[in-house]
Design a protein. Structure first.
Length: 237
């Protein structure tokens, strides 16, 4: 039954998009390009530096899919893009959006890659970028509701992981302590399944030593709630 519901939902979405895009007269020789909407009709890409990738990254490329409605292109053509002020809260240094991107011949879908950057202060990156497709060689950019894509960029931890209270190795929880721990690990730690209690305590001891050395070099200088105790000192020995 579940598979039947999923198939019916997919067919309904396809029918909805087909009805909308059939009005573009693609079978009269016109070719249209636009960003690909999601199941909810919105075009949105999200990236969270705190939970994605290696968690230490400061710059990544985020994909936005572009779709061709019409005939397969027989040669590469360029799609032109720009950043729209409407809905954009990012500063110029937060991103890089190409003015042109290639849509390759023989494809019905291709990708615009948008570069986004994490701000220096951890847990402080929080901005939105609106990218507009402004034109395309020998093609029409339409329908209008699919010409804007929203990129949401965060560096955010919303809650303590469920495993945190199963161990005392890291001491009291703080978002920043967990953030730096994940940078040290090179990943967002969702489970302690790969550790025993002893091996996790050994890992935390290495982490504390690493953070102490990083602090001495001027990195990850964050303090406990009293504003004077280095946060790494709240990790038990």
């Amino acid at each position: 039954m579940k598979h039947t519901i999923n198939i019916l939902a997919a067919l309904a979405l396809l029918a909805c998009m087909s009805c909308k895009e059939d009005t573009l007269e693609v079978y009269h020789g016109d070719n249209y390009v636009h960003f690909t909407p999601g199941a909810d009709g919105n075009i949105r890409a999200e990236y969270n530096f705190a939970t994605s990738g290696t968690t230490a990254e400061t710059e990544v490329r985020v994909p936005i899919e572009i779709r061709l409605w019409g005939y397969l292109p027989e040669s590469d053509f360029m799609c032109m893009t720009a950043v729209s002020e409407s809905g954009t809260t990012a500063s110029p240094g937060d991103y890089a959006v190409p003015e042109e991107t290639v849509f390759r011949k023989g494809y019905h879908v291709d990708t615009l890659w948008v570069t986004v950057r994490r701000r220096q202060e951890l847990l402080a990156t929080d901005y939105t970028l609106t990218v507009t497709m402004t034109g395309a060689e020998d093609h029409v950019v339409a329908p209008s509701e699919y010409t804007n894509a929203t990129v949401i960029v965060r560096d955010r931890i919303t809650a303590a992981p469920v495993w945190w209270n199963t161990t005392q190795a890291l001491g009291d929880y703080s978002d920043m302590k967990f953030r730096v721990f994940n940078i040290y690990l090179g990943k967002y730690l969702t489970s302690l399944a790969d550790y025993t209690s002893i091996t996790f305590e050994e890992e935390v001891a290495k982490f504390k030593q690493w953070w102490t050395e990083q602090w001495a070099e001027g990195n990850y200088r964050y303090y406990a709630e009293d504003g004077s105790t280095p946060l790494y000192e709240t990790i038990p020995d």
